[in-house]
Design a protein around this ligand. Structure first.
Ligand SMILES: [Zn+2]
Length: 195
């Protein structure tokens, strides 16, 4: 199996998402034959960092299957050290050339950060990043939560590049691309976030 380059990987995600949003999903690579095919080795074509939200399931919304996506899910799609290490593994050891940070409409963690309510215990570490995103979104035209979700994605893309020499080097030398997406729960479509 040869690895897809960043553009081909992004095209494959977009095509799968289009199928899903048009209710024409083909559910590829989801049978036992595929499980057998990837049992001893995997070559996922993209990393997706998404929210734990029960409605935001990358394999479903991108219409992919077993062995296709290397997925990291944390509430608020927060990028901490463990998450960055997971991405580095996928890039260094599995040869993945596309990383998507995926935010979504009505994200509860972003809403919690925007509410200004006190958060306790470990939840505070999730909300710390999103609070900065809310601050950046304030005063911009449009919906505060939507804008904060997008700002959050941009902050996390930046964090991946700045915090990881491995990922930065792969971007410069090996064609790694880190992209941002916003999943619209009304349409099922993922919009690209310019950065
Ligand atoms: Zn969320």
């Amino acid at each position: 199996m040869t690895q897809l380059n960043a553009q081909d990987a992004l095209d494959r995600l977009k095509e799968g998402n289009q199928r899903f949003a048009e209710d024409k999903a083909t559910h590829p690579n989801q049978d036992l034959a595929q499980l057998k095919a990837v049992a001893t080795t995997q070559k996922p074509f993209a990393v997706v960092i998404g929210c734990s939200d029960s409605r935001v399931i990358p394999e479903i919304l991108f219409d992919q299957g077993l062995g296709d996506l290397f997925v990291i899910r944390v509430a608020g799609n927060t990028v901490g050290n463990v998450c960055i290490g997971s991405v580095e593994y996928a890039v260094e050891h599995l040869g993945v050339r596309l990383v998507m940070v995926l935010g979504h409409q009505n994200c509860g963690v972003v809403k919690t950060a925007a509410s200004g309510d006190d958060v306790h215990h470990h939840l505070g570490s999730l909300v710390a990043t999103t609070t900065e995103a809310v601050r950046r979104a304030e005063g911009k035209p449009g919906d505060l939560i939507d804008n904060a979700v997008k700002e959050n994605v941009k902050l996390l893309m930046q964090k991946l590049d700045i915090s990881s020499p491995v990922l930065h080097k792969a971007s410069v030398e090996s064609g790694l691309k880190i992209v941002g997406g916003y999943y619209n729960l009304d349409s099922g479509l993922v919009e690209m976030i310019d950065y």
